[in-house]
Each structure stands twice: as structure tokens, then as C-alpha cells.
Ligand binder design. Structure first.
Ligand SMILES: Nc1ncnc2c1ncn2[C@@H]1O[C@H](COP(=O)(O)OP(=O)(O)OP(=O)(O)O)[C@@H](O)[C@H]1O
Length: 249
């Protein structure tokens, strides 16, 4: 058994009397996609925020590459390699795809790119950003403003921004949302390859995507993990079918 890259241990978060996450423990291993599914309001986004540092936990711990992340904020966790894409886009609409990625590369590099006077023409920075755009198949759209990209292309750009941080694990919050069938197919195939680079904790409502991508699935209902297992185990779990997949066992 390999050491998990990300280990969530007994995380709790209450809002008043409501337990949004209730003693959640899950792991993310190298090379895998672990999908987190559950009905609306189950606590998935709350959990992701607790992991990335946007929301403090009442109790429990997040261990990343052996390091306890307690007390670290979002930026510090991102710097350690926790790559997140947001439900609410972090893309700057009026900037070109290339400029968006260049900014992310600069943010990640800290001081190493800041001394260049003219970042627009800094070849090293442009090359790095272009290589990332090529990874998400957007190199042909480098000079197009984010506002003019299609919805699917903007999703690809968001992933490019996450890639710029050279993450050691991805937290992806509903990447399929709003994608058409063609875009979904392309994104599924891209995420399939991405897991080799860094494992992915995937929150997703699109069950076709989840079933085709996930190595493991955990099901969250009312803040609790009610089941965890392979695609087949989750598909055939009567409690899951009843609670989430909308079928009686
Ligand atoms: N800041 C907050 N204050 C009070 N209640 C909150 C807050 N954030 C979330 N909640 C509540 O916590 C519960 C879990 O919400 P959360 O957004 O984590 O669910 P989710 O599984 O991500 O849902 P969805 O699939 O709709 O995105 C919900 O009942 C929600 O109303």
C-alpha cells in the first residue's frame, strides 16, 4: 500500500446546528482519480474549501505529502502543490488566454519572473505559458481573449491555470458543469491523462464522467461518507442507489 499524497482525517465543519461535514476521512493516492459524489448540499464544496484552506475546520486534519496543513492559508497550500480549479472562474475575461496563463506562471514562480521589465515579451515566460496552453490544446487560441473563448475552452483555460502552479494534487470542483457532449468527451479524455501527472480529487455531478474516470468513489450524504469503493462497488451498493442515484434497492 502506497502512502497517500493527500490524507483527510476526521474533518468536521458545522454551520450553527448544521453539520456540513461530519467526521470525513478520505485519501488520495498517486496516479488515481478519487471522485466525491453526493446530492446537492451534501457538503462536497465545504470539504474542498476545508482542504484548500478557504474554510477553517472545527476539528480533524489534512495531511499533504506527509505535512499537516493546519494553520496554512489558501496561498500557502497552493504553493505546496494543492491545485484547485474553482466553480467560480478565476479567469480574467479581458485578458488573452496566453496572458492569463502567464500571470499564473508568474504567481507560481514567485520572484523568479518578477525582475523582468517587460513580461509580455519575456521569452522564457511566454514559452512556459505556451507549453501549458498546448497541454490543454489551446495553443491555437493563445491570443484570443478569455471572453471570446467558448465555454469548453474556458474550462480548458482554468485547468491551464491550475497546471501553471505545477500541482502535486488537483482538487477539481465540477469541471464538467455546462459542457456540451463534445466538450465533455474531450475533457474526460484530458483528465484521464492528467491523473498520471498528479492525482485528482474530483467533485462531479456528471455520473458518466465519474463512472468512466474514477478509480475510487466516495459518497457523501448529509456531510458523512456513507460509502467508498470502486465504480462497481458504488454502482451496486443498495444504500448508495437509494440515497443518491435515486433508485430503490
Ligand atoms: N457559509 C455557510 N453558512 C451556512 N451554511 C452553509 C455555508 N456553506 C454551506 N452551508 C450549508 O452546508 C451544507 C453543505 O453545503 P455544500 O455547498 O458544501 O454542499 P455541496 O455538496 O457542495 O452542494 P452542491 O452539490 O449543491 O454544490 C448545505 O446545507 C449548505 O446550505
Amino acid at each position: 500500500m502506497t502512502n497517500p499524497i493527500l490524507e483527510i482525517k476526521n474533518l468536521n465543519k458545522s454551520f450553527g446546528a448544521l453539520k456540513a461535514t461530519d467526521d470525513v476521512s478520505i485519501t488520495l493516492n498517486a496516479g488515481e482519480i478519487h471522485a466525491l459524489i453526493g446530492p446537492n448540499g451534501a457538503g462536497k464544496s465545504t470539504l474542498i474549501k476545508q482542504i484548500c484552506g478557504g474554510l477553517s475546520s472545527d476539528s480533524g486534519s489534512v495531511i499533504f505529502n506527509g505535512q499537516d496543513l493546519a494553520g496554512l492559508d489558501v496561498a500557502e497550500r497552493a504553493q505546496l502543490g494543492l491545485g484547485r480549479t474553482f466553480q467560480i472562474s478565476s479567469v480574467i475575461m479581458e485578458f488573452s488566454a496566453l496572458r492569463n496563463v502567464m500571470l499564473a506562471v508568474q504567481a507560481n514562480a514567485g520572484t523568479s519572473y518578477r525582475f523582468f521589465k517587460n513580461v509580455r515579451t519575456d521569452k522564457k515566460l511566454v514559452d512556459r505559458a505556451m507549453a501549458i496552453l498546448a497541454r490543454v490544446e489551446l495553443e491555437g487560441r493563445a491570443d484570443v481573449s478569455a471572453a471570446e473563448l467558448s465555454h469548453g475552452e474556458r474550462r480548458q483555460l482554468e485547468i491551464a491555470l491550475a497546471l501553471a502552479l505545477e500541482p502535486k494534487a488537483f482538487l477539481l470542483d465540477e469541471p464538467m458543469a455546462g459542457m456540451g457532449p463534445e466538450g465533455s468527451k474531450r475533457l474526460i479524455s484530458f483528465l484521464d491523462g492528467l491523473r498520471k501527472e498528479a492525482p485528482i480529487l474530483l467533485i462531479e455531478h456528471d455520473m458518466d464522467a465519474v463512472f468512466s474516470l474514477a478509480d475510487r468513489i466516495s459518497v457523501l450524504v448529509y456531510g458523512r461518507v456513507v460509502a467508498s469503493g470502486t465504480v462497481d462497488e458504488i454502482r451496486n451498493n443498495p444504500a448508495v442507489r437509494e440515497a443518491y442515484l435515486g433508485e430503490t434497492a
